[in-house]
Design a protein around this ligand. Structure first.
Ligand code: GLN
Length: 485
């Protein structure tokens, strides 16, 4: 079978009957089996994917196929699909089966996408390396001694290793963009409230957002357009019209943009010199192309990661209170009464990182500390949001690295929480401010591993972001260098 390039190309083959959806599903299921050691999938949905493939093939014959016909896509193990298991890669939800489908899954299926399976992730999406998963770490398909990033490590690996054509992940503080950076894929976190969170297992509800991993920007545009938009099941989702991201993907072609960058990001003391060099090179090249690129001040570098961790752990401690050993999944067999059911089920069901965050979150919300931590962090969040929005009064985009370095070795940072939390240094701003951000595979290190460049823009400007991203990838992609490497 030909290698996958883009959904539109596959659809041409499907239309000319060079290939069928049934064959595509077989092909990808075989690949997933062959590459089991990567540990990208927790489970494949062989039966439902094959059945959907038969249906979509019939629709193609009748000329009635949806816009995502033939798209073989994976979903992160925290996105509900009716009648299918999901666990947030936690022992806590072992055996749990979803009673309903998330809005994103319904929309994918309605447009004839085929969901091939659920992907491994950090437990309850908490982590930056996919090493907190109950199912073990995901290996980076480009170098199996390295992590794939997190928390959507399996999603990123599933696309990078060609185990499917695209993936849905979730991004609370960088969980789509950082793994995309580590695996050389395109990772888009839409605006908070652009895509419904109905049926996404909650972590930090005022941060969580579902987004895509793809091989190219066009596919990100196409899929996001399908999954975005108002939804009666999520009151935080916007009613704003979804723009034609895909059809107007060239809307910014040849337009000169105003682009800001922060010196404190680009010249951060922890940044790898190669990542810095490439970021500066792209900034220079954009200038040469006639874009206005300016250094802009950002005063909250030291505050963003702590603020993110105070607020998300607070929200997580509340969201995860529902896992009591009674309503969902795991229940301790050592319990003797109601209280020991709670205590033992939670103690045995949750992993170390999740417990750490629940305790931290409970602490910052406790009487006596609430104002000192939670309220204070809310105020800082507002300042970060205001300051970010101010930048967009004069600029179209903010450019930065996605991550300070390429993928690190498995086990290298596992026991260093501070280091792990600082992985999010460039990504949490977008979540704190609620704005869209994308990681584009534009860098390659001397370790032959890819890294991403991040573009952020103002809320609900996905169309512009995607269009400009496509231009940037067309101009600065490193395909030849990646091939050389
Ligand atoms: N690395 C961040 C964390 O551990 C981001 C997680 C995410 O976006 N889900 O919280």
């Amino acid at each position: 079978m030909k290698g996958f390039t883009s959904l539109k190309n596959i659809q041409k083959d499907l239309q000319s009957y060079t290939v069928t959806c049934v064959e595509l599903v077989e092909h990808y299921l075989d690949r997933i089996k062959d590459q089991k050691d990567i540990n990208a999938f927790v489970e494949t949905f062989d039966v439902s994917a094959s059945a959907q493939a038969v249906l979509v093939d019939a629709k193609i014959k009748e000329g009635k196929a949806g816009v995502l016909a033939g798209l073989i896509i994976s979903i992160k193990d925290n996105i509900c699909y009716e009648g299918h298991k999901l666990s947030a890669s936690s022992k806590m939800l072992e055996g749990f089966e979803s009673l309903y489908s998330s809005t994103v899954v319904e929309r994918l299926l309605k447009e004839d996408a085929i969901i091939i399976g659920r992907t491994n992730c950090d437990e309850f999406a908490m982590g930056s390396s996919n090493e907190t998963s109950f199912y073990g770490p995901v290996k980076n398909p480009l170098d199996k001694n390295k992590v794939a990033g997190g928390s959507s490590g399996g999603a990123a690996a599933s696309v990078a290793a060609d185990l499917c054509m695209a993936a849905l992940g979730s991004d609370t503080g960088g969980s789509i963009r950082q793994p995309a950076s580590f695996t050389g894929t395109v990772g888009l976190k839409p605006t908070y409230g652009r895509v419904s969170r109905h049926g996404l297992i909650a972590f930090g509800s005022s941060f969580d957002q579902i987004g895509t991993f793809t091989k190219n920007v066009d596919d990100a545009a196409l899929i996001t357009e399908v999954i975005a938009g108002k939804d009666e099941f999520d009151s935080t989702v916007s009613r704003k019209e979804v723009e034609p991201y895909f059809e107007e993907i060239d809307s910014q072609k040849d337009k000169k943009q105003r682009i800001a960058y922060f010196d404190c990001y680009v010249n951060h003391k922890a940044i790898d010199p190669e990542v810095r060099k490439r970021t500066i090179e792209i900034i220079e090249k954009l200038r040469l192309e006639g874009h206005q690129v300016d250094e802009v001040k950002f005063d909250y570098l030291d505050q963003i990661v702590p603020t993110y961790y105070v607020l998300t752990t607070a929200e997580a401690s509340s969201n995860l209170a529902r896992y009591d050993g009674i309503h969902f999944g795991y229940r301790s067999t050592n319990a003797t009464d109601l209280e020991s059911t709670y205590v033992k089920s939670r103690s045995e069901g949750f992993g170390r990182e999740v417990k750490r965050r629940i305790m931290l979150g409970t602490y910052v919300l406790s009487a006596g500390y609430y104002d000192a931590y939670y309220t204070k962090a809310q105020k800082v969040r507002r300042l970060v949001r205001d300051c970010t929005n101010e930048v967009f009064e004069n600029y179209d985009f903010i450019i930065s690295p996605t991550s300070p370095h390429t993928a690190f070795d498995l086990n290298a940072q596992k026991d260093d929480q501070i280091k792990m939390y600082l992985e999010d240094i460039y990504t949490v701003q977008a979540n704190l401010a609620g704005i869209p951000a994308i990681s584009l595979p534009l860098g390659i290190g001397s370790d032959k591993m890819p890294f991403g460049i991040q573009l952020m823009t103002s809320a609900f400007n996905e169309k512009k972001l995607l269009s400009f991203s496509k231009q940037v990838v067309n101009k600065f992609a490193l395909t030849s260098e990646l091939e050389k490497a």
